[in-house]
Design a protein around this ligand. Sequence first.
Ligand code: GDP
Length: 603
Amino acid sequence: MTTEQRTAGTRRARRGEPRRNPNRVLTLPETLTVKELAQLLDQSDVDVIKQLMRHGIMVSVNQVVDHQVAAVAAAAYGTRTRLAEPAEDTAAITASVGRERDELLRPRPPVVTILGHVDHGKTSLLDYIRNTSVVDKEAGGITQHIGAYQVERDGQPITFLDTPGHAAFTAIRSRGARVTDIAVLVVAADDGIMPQTDEAISHAQAAEVPIVVAINKMDLPGAQPEVVKRQLSERNLLVEDWGGEVIAVPLSAQTGDGVDDLLENLSVLAEIMELKANPDREAAGVIVEATLDRRRGPTATVLVQAGTLHVGDHIVAGAASGRVRAIHDENGAPLDAIRPGSPGVITGLNTTPEAGDILQVMRDDRAARQVANRHGQRAATGNLDTVLTLDSVVKQIDAGDIKELVLVLKADVQGSVEAVVHSLEKLSEGGDVKARVIHAGSGSVSDSDIQLAAASGGIVIAFNVGFEIGAERTAERLGVQVRNYQIIYRLLEDIEQALQGMLEPEFHEVVVGRAEVREIFDGRRGVRIAGCRILDGRIVRQGSVRVMRADQMMTETGIGSLRHFRDEVNQATAGTECGIVLEGFNDYAEGDVIVAYRMERVN
Ligand code: GDP
């Protein structure tokens, strides 16, 4: 919007004329803040918020709304809207990845992440798999750690993501990308389930990713696979020979026994999952890792999720943009393209993106730069995580809908963990809003706890524990609330209140004043002014009004201008006269009553 347009809008607003433009079609991105929307509509923030309130949608200035909500506000100003072409907005394209027509879809390799407790053998297992079955092994090539690689079993490729631990796994997810198809949970047979194993299970379950268990270190004399299976069953993970559906493969990452069995199970599971993507479209993917290479500039490992990424493509990834200069595999061998479900290292971006950023092919350089700038600005305002969609609004309004308060709980000892979880369950009984603990454990609040809460839209409860180093900063950065308690009843009291606060807000209307139309004057440019006398209460310039003719409602709108003689005033009180111009309504008749009201929250 040019300054000229904005000034014209302000001038019109000052004159109190209705600011409508029926011929305008506004192009909207998938999501935008209320402030951005107000600017696009050439209206004040407050006014746009008011219009949305009239439709029962409660928003704040910095709230991100989706294009459907934005369209509701635009309609109030008589402005029609259309959604930006997919190429104009990455969010729209990313959303479309899962909505391809069936006949365009081709099978793609599964993407597998290995999770588990420290020292249970994650690295050893990945190394063993890589050394025995890497695709395209370069003789003499130096293998680099690139965060992702592909192996082949019976000609079927499987992609492994080599991210350091489940915090990274969830960090990628919290940025909106669903990357992993299958999680392999490594449990050492001589050690059993440990705290980080529990965390890994929570993270995989929160991401709704199927778990395959690798019972590792079977070569050790102290290996007790049955103990591991029992521990799994206690966590609702029933393995196949216990009558459940969870695949558990005993193996040794040291001797290699059983590893092939694991790969076969992964292949079969992938086949059952019917993982597919359209390779013949512009590529969309996720940044798995990125670094600044002194010689080559920003380099990034990309996992392509749909389409095929080619050398020469214009791309955007988070706030970075550029053109793919070269693609390499983990052995440094050049590739022409990356197909869906496969990784590669790219160069050519202007800055280093972040792990989890979504990569998207753009029409040209300009489009790529524009989108990258917008992402940069959005990230700077920190509004990425609180997207309010029409769906969520409808759910809020739809009374009786069950909602959840998602919690990650950390406590000093296992005994307190269990006590708190139990009490929270009881607290939720019978209520409309439930507390759902997605992960509970003993020990300090870690980075991984924060990431999990961020990705799941939850808060962290710290009961008699502090933070691990760095976790507090992560919480601040991701906007995750961490609440500390020393006494259990305080904790429960707070959660109970939070649950009540989350109950549907109820609004009721309060009439603030009524004015009777006594005379009608013609203003400039066909605007008609209602000369009124305030019958009772007051009429407020910022308020909402409806025009009643006998029992019939003529319109519901806002006030464009409120005058006492020649002066524009903020309010007019009982017994006084005033001139009123309403927004978008000109059709007054003598004797009409203008009723001013406001909505008040009941609970
Ligand atoms: P990570 O922390 O989960 O990545 O675990 P590592 O792969 O680094 O393994 C931790 C230790 O366990 C190392 O000393 C490995 O050599 C050892 N280890 C891993 N897998 C096996 C196994 O199958 N058998 C035996 N005996 N040792 C193993």
